[in-house]
Structure formats: structure tokens, C-alpha cells
Design a protein around this ligand. Structure first.
Ligand code: SAM
Length: 220
């Protein structure tokens, strides 16, 4: 049955005796399957954790939804996104995971891997369509707000930023709540040329990912 809080193409289904989030596509990371459905493990995916936690991501699903995914790694999460969304641009700057990401692309014609640095959006601006509907960001490096601000140029005015902030990537010594507050303040700032974000919802994802904050924001 379709869950109104989930994008079209994402369902909660009984797979291997457990009710799980699932998308339709070829398996990627040894996840359990049931026919054409494969489980989406929120322990392995910040976006999966945001959906499992009931956050209102604004993701709608369907072939016309355009997604820019920053920090794709070997494709665990972005493979699920490409199962339910339209053109999905997957930015990753480390060559090793990008090699694995290429095998994920074989059965996903709408997934476009880009071996690029998300801090240098000008290097992929000629490939990524303007006005993407959603930016998903999971880069887990220092300067997470800056990456989101620099990529804001790609986002449609009514688009959504779905950001996973990893506190330890900013500063292992500080209280995660203080780190989150600073990153959110930076997100809402932005300079005059790039603009900032309005934060719509935040939720700690500790049930699945320790010291991570899920954030839903829109361009301001
Ligand atoms: N999102 C992935 C998933 O759920 O399947 C996991 C991402 S992992 C936590 C973070 C990834 O971001 C790493 O593969 C890292 O190489 C990548 N990354 C970090 N900084 C980056 C940057 N500036 N540009 C592109 N990729 C970056």
C-alpha cells in the first residue's frame, strides 16, 4: 500500500519477515529482496533514516523529479533514489567508491555519476540541469554548510535540500548539538550572491546514525 509520507516508488513492504522501506531495482549492497523489490536499510543510509523517521522530505518520486546527490560514495543510497526518481546526478570525488558506483549505473539509466568535488560546482555545472527539485547531501566532511550553499545555485526556488550533518566531521571535540546549531546558522546565512536556506525541519538520526542530524531546508 502507498504511504502518503513516502515518495512514489518507495513503500513499506514485508521482506524476509520484516516490514522495511523498499524500492524497485537491482540489489546493490547485499540487501534482502522480494521479487523486484529490495530493502532500503536506514542503518546504511541517512536519507533512508530520514524517511524511516517520518521526516517530510518533499520527495515526490516519478520520472520528472530531478535530484542532485552530493557524496554518493559507492551508491548505497543514490541507487535507491535513482530507483524512484528521474534524472539523478551523483557527485563523488573519491575514485575508489566511484568505480563501484559505475556498476550501480548499469541497470539505472537515469543515474549519472560525476567524479567531481562538491566544493567546486562550476566543474559540473555544464552537466547538471538547472532547477533540480532536490539536493541530497551526505558528504561527511568539514564545511558541510558551505557545500550546501555552493550548490544552492542548482536548486529550484521551490526545491528542497535534504542534508545529513555529521557532527564529528566538523569537530570531534565539541558537543554535537553545538555543532548542529553552528551548521544550521551557516546554512541560514549565505552571502548575498548565493543566498541561504530556510530550515523547515530537523531531526536527530541517532537511532540509525550516531551524532547525525537530518535537515530539510528550502532556498530562501
Ligand atoms: N551517501 C552515501 C550513501 O548513503 O550511500 C554515503 C556517503 S559517505 C558518508 C560520504 C562520501 O562523501 C564519501 O564517499 C566521500 O568521499 C564523499 N565526499 C566528501 N567530500 C566530498 C566532496 N567535497 N565532493 C564529493 N564527494 C565528497
Amino acid at each position: 500500500m502507498t504511504d502518503p509520507a513516502l515518495p512514489q516508488g518507495v513503500e513499506r513492504r514485508e521482506i524476509s519477515g520484516t516490514r522495511r522501506l523498499a524500492t524497485r531495482g537491482d540489489p546493490v549492497y547485499g540487501e534482502p529482496t522480494d521479487g523486484e523489490w529490495r530493502a532500503w536499510n536506514p542503518q546504511r543510509s541517512k536519507l533512508g533514516a530520514m524517511l524511516a523517521s517520518g521526516m517530510d522530505t518533499g520527495l515526490e518520486g516519478g520520472e520528472t523529479e530531478r535530484v542532485l546527490y552530493l557524496g554518493a560514495a559507492s551508491g548505497t543510497t543514490v541507487s535507491h533514489v535513482a530507483d524512484f526518481a528521474g534524472p539523478t546526478y551523483a557527485v563523488e570525488f573519491a575514485p575508489r567508491p566511484t568505480r563501484d558506483l559505475l556498476s550501480v549505473v548499469d541497470s539505472r539509466p537515469r543515474l549519472f555519476p560525476l567524479l567531481k568535488d562538491a566544493r567546486k560546482p562550476e566543474t559540473y555545472a555544464h552537466v547538471v540541469e538547472a532547477d533540480v527539485d532536490v539536493i541530497v547531501q551526505d558528504v561527511a566532511t568539514r564545511g558541510q554548510a558551505r557545500v550546501a550553499l555552493e550548490n544552492r545555485r542548482f536548486l529550484a526556488d521551490d526545491g528542497r535540500l535534504l542534508l545529513a550533518i555529521k557532527a564529528r566531521s566538523e569537530d570531534v571535540t565539541r558537543d554535537p548539538d553545538d555543532v548542529f546549531a553552528d551548521v544550521l546558522a551557516d546554512l541560514e546565512g549565505g552571502d548575498e550572491s548565493e543566498g541561504g536556506y530556510e530550515v523547515l525541519e530537523t531531526q536527530r538520526l541517532d537511532e540509525y546514525h550516531v551524532d547525525h542530524l537530518g535537515v530539510v531546508a528550502r532556498p530562501r
